[in-house]
Ligand binder design. Structure first.
Ligand code: HEC
Ligand code: HEC
Ligand code: HEC
Ligand code: HEC
Length: 406
C-alpha cells in the first residue's frame, strides 16, 4: 500500500504559485497578506466535498446560485474561488470582521468542519464564464495628459512652452496644484476674476478640458520664469515673512488651494499683489494681508519669490487600464487568476460585485491593508474600468487535488 498523498488545496496552490515565474518580482512587492493567522491548508476527500455540496444546497444556493454561479446583483460568484480564501472570508463574517451582510446570519449556524467542507466544495467547481466582450470594443479612454498637452498649445504663446513664461506680466503655469488651477480658470469664466485677456480664453473651456489642462501643467518640469525681475530680493525675503505661513517659506505652498509663488514671473506677482490691495482682484484673505504693503515692498517680495525654485505639486500621472491591471495582477495572478491561497481570484467575477467591493475598500467599509493602499488612489472611472476588465477575463479552475478516501 502506498501512503495517502498529503496534498491539500493550499499545497496544490503553492505549486501553482511556484510555476508563475514571470510574477516572481511582483510577489516580492506583496505585503503580509499571505501570512494570515487563520490561513489553513484544507485537506478534503471526495465524501467531504459531497458533504460540502449537501450543505451548500441547504444554506448557500438560494443566494449564490446553482454551482456557485450567482444570478443576483450584489452577490458574488463563489465557484472555483480559492478554498483557503473562501474559508477565511467565512471566518471573517463569523467574527464580524467584514461589514454586516446577508452572510453574517448564514455562517453562524455552521460548524468549523462544515465551513471547511463547503469551502472545498465551491473551490472544486468549474469557474464562472466571463462576461461577454462588447461587439464593438469601446474607444480607449483618452489619455488625459495628452489631451491637456494638445489644449495647452493655445496657451504657450503667452504662458511659455511647458508653462514656463517668457512674457513679463503673464504668469508661469507650472508648480500649481490642479485645485488652484481649476479655481483660477473658473474664476475667469464666472467673471469673479476680471481679466480682459483670460476671460474670452477661459469662456469656451469646459470639463474635462479644464482638468486635462490642470493635469498637464501640474506634470511639467518646474523652472523659474525666464523674465527679468526689478525688485530687491534680499529686502523682499524679510518683508515676505508674513506670507510664508500660507505660501510656504520658499514660496511653495502646501495647501492645494493656495498658489505657490516660487519662480513666478516677478511682474505678475507684483501686479497681482497690488490688485488685491486696490480690490480689482477680489479675495478676502489676500485683501487683509496686503492692505499695509507699500508698492516697493510688493516689488521686493515679488523679486524674492521669483528667485526661488518652484516645485512640482504632488500629482500622479494617470495610469492606463493596462498599467493598472498589471499592478493588480501582481497579487491577483495573471488576468485575475490568483495563484495565492489568500488572494481571491477575480477573473470572470460579476462586474457589479467587483465595483461594489472596490468602492467598499476605498471608503474603508471593508478593510484590507493590501487593498486600501491600492484603491485609495483610484478614480470612479478607473474602478468601473477595472471591474469591467476583470469580469471579462477567462477564469481558470483551481488546481484541486482531492485526497484518497480514508
Ligand atoms: C441570504 C443570501 C446569502 C446566503 C444564504 C449566503 N450568502 Fe454568501 N454572500 C451573500 C452576499 C450578499 C455576499 C456579499 C456580502 C458582502 O458584501 O460582503 C456574500 C458573500 C460571500 C462570500 C465572500 C466572497 C468574496 O468574494 O469575497 C463567500 C465566500 C460566501 N458568500 C460564501 C457563502 C457560503 C459558503 C454560503 C452558505 C454556507 C453563503 N455564502 C450563503 C449572500 C448570501
Ligand atoms: C494672450 C495671452 C494669453 C493666452 C493666450 C493665455 N493666457 Fe492665461 N493669462 C494671461 C495673463 C496676462 C494672465 C494674468 C491675468 C490676471 O492678472 O488675472 C493669465 C492668467 C492665467 C491663469 C491664472 C494664473 C494664476 O497664477 O492665477 C491661468 C490658470 C491661465 N492664465 C491659464 C491659461 C490657459 C489654460 C490658457 C490656454 C487655454 C491661457 N491661459 C492662455 C495671458 C494669456
Ligand atoms: C492666510 C493665508 C495667506 C497669507 C498670509 C498670504 N496669502 Fe497670498 N494668497 C492666499 C490665497 C488663498 C491666495 C489665492 C487667492 C485667489 O484665489 O485669488 C493667494 C494668492 C496670492 C497671490 C496670487 C498668486 C497667483 O498665482 O495668482 C499673490 C501674488 C500672493 N498671494 C501674495 C502674497 C503675499 C506677498 C503675501 C504676504 C504679504 C501673502 N500672499 C500672504 C493666501 C495667503
Ligand atoms: C498587494 C497585493 C494586492 C494588490 C496589488 C491588489 N490586491 Fe486585490 N486583494 C488582495 C487581497 C489580499 C485581497 C483579500 C482581502 C480581504 O481579505 O478582504 C484582495 C481582494 C480584492 C477584491 C475582493 C474580491 C472579492 O471577491 O471579495 C477585489 C475585487 C480586488 N482585490 C481587486 C483588486 C484590483 C482591481 C487591484 C488593482 C487595482 C488589486 N485588487 C490589487 C491583494 C491585492
Amino acid at each position: 500500500m502506498t501512503a495517502p498523498i498529503r496534498v491539500g488545496v493550499a499545497a496544490a496552490l503553492a505549486a501553482v504559485l511556484c510555476l508563475a515565474g514571470p510574477l516572481a518580482s511582483a510577489q516580492q512587492a506583496k505585503p503580509a497578506a499571505a501570512t494570515r493567522a487563520d490561513l489553513r491548508p484544507i485537506f478534503v476527500t471526495a465524501p467531504d466535498i459531497a458533504e460540502g455540496k449537501r450543505l451548500a444546497d441547504v444554506s448557500c444556493t438560494r443566494c449564490h446560485g446553482t454551482n456557485g454561479i450567482s444570478a443576483t446583483a450584489g452577490v458574488p460568484h463563489v465557484a472555483s474561488q480559492r478554498a483557503p480564501y473562501i474559508y477565511a472570508q467565512l471566518k471573517d463574517y463569523l467574527q464580524g470582521k467584514r461589514p454586516q451582510s446577508a452572510m453574517t446570519g448564514t455562517v453562524t449556524f455552521l460548524s468549523d468542519d462544515a465551513l471547511v467542507k463547503v469551502s472545498a466544495y465551491y473551490a472544486s467547481l468549474d469557474p464562472p464564464r466571463p462576461a461577454p466582450q462588447p461587439a464593438k470594443p469601446a474607444a480607449p479612454r483618452p489619455d488625459p495628459y495628452q489631451a491637456g498637452r494638445a489644449l495647452a498649445a493655445d496657451c504657450a504663446g503667452c504662458h511659455g512652452e511647458g508653462g514656463v513664461t517668457e512674457t513679463p506680466g503673464a504668469p508661469s503655469l507650472v508648480g500649481f496644484d490642479p485645485k488652484y488651477f481649476l479655481a483660477a480658470m473658473n474664476a475667469y469664466k464666472s467673471g469673479q476674476r476680471n481679466d480682459d485677456v483670460m476671460k474670452p480664453i477661459a469662456a469656451p473651456l469646459k470639463e474635462p478640458d479644464l482638468s486635462h489642462l490642470a493635469l498637464y501643467y501640474a506634470l511639467q518640469k518646474p523652472a523659474r520664469a525666464k523674465t527679468p525681475s526689478a525688485g530687491d530680493a534680499a529686502a523682499g525675503k524679510a518683508a515676505a515673512s508674513s506670507c510664508g505661513g500660507c505660501h510656504g517659506d520658499k514660496g511653495v505652498a502646501s495647501d492645494p488651494g493656495t498658489p505657490s509663488l516660487a519662480g513666478q514671473d516677478a511682474q505678475y506677482l507684483a501686479t497681482a499683489t497690488l490688485a488685491y490691495k486696490d480690490g480689482s482682484r477680489k479675495d478676502e484673505t489676500m485683501k487683509g494681508v496686503v492692505a499695509d504693503l507699500k508698492e516697493k515692498a510688493m516689488r521686493d517680495i515679488a523679486a524674492y519669490y521669483a528667485s526661488q525654485q518652484p516645485q512640482a505639486p504632488k500629482v500622479r500621472k494617470p495610469l492606463s487600464l493596462t498599467e493598472l491591471a498589471e499592478r493588480c495582477d501582481r497579487c491577483h495572478g495573471i488576468n485575475g487568476n490568483s495563484a495565492d491561497p489568500v488572494v481571491p481570484a477575480i477573473a470572470a467575477q460579476r462586474v457589479d460585485w467587483l465595483e461594489q467591493v472596490l468602492n467598499a475598500y476605498r471608503t474603508g467599509a471593508r478593510k484590507s491593508v493590501a487593498m486600501s493602499a491600492m484603491v485609495s488612489v483610484l478614480s470612479d472611472a478607473e474602478i468601473k474600468e477595472l471591474a469591467t476588465h476583470y469580469s471579462r477575463q477567462t477564469a481558470r479552475a483551481v488546481t484541486f487535488v482531492v485526497l484518497p478516501n480514508k
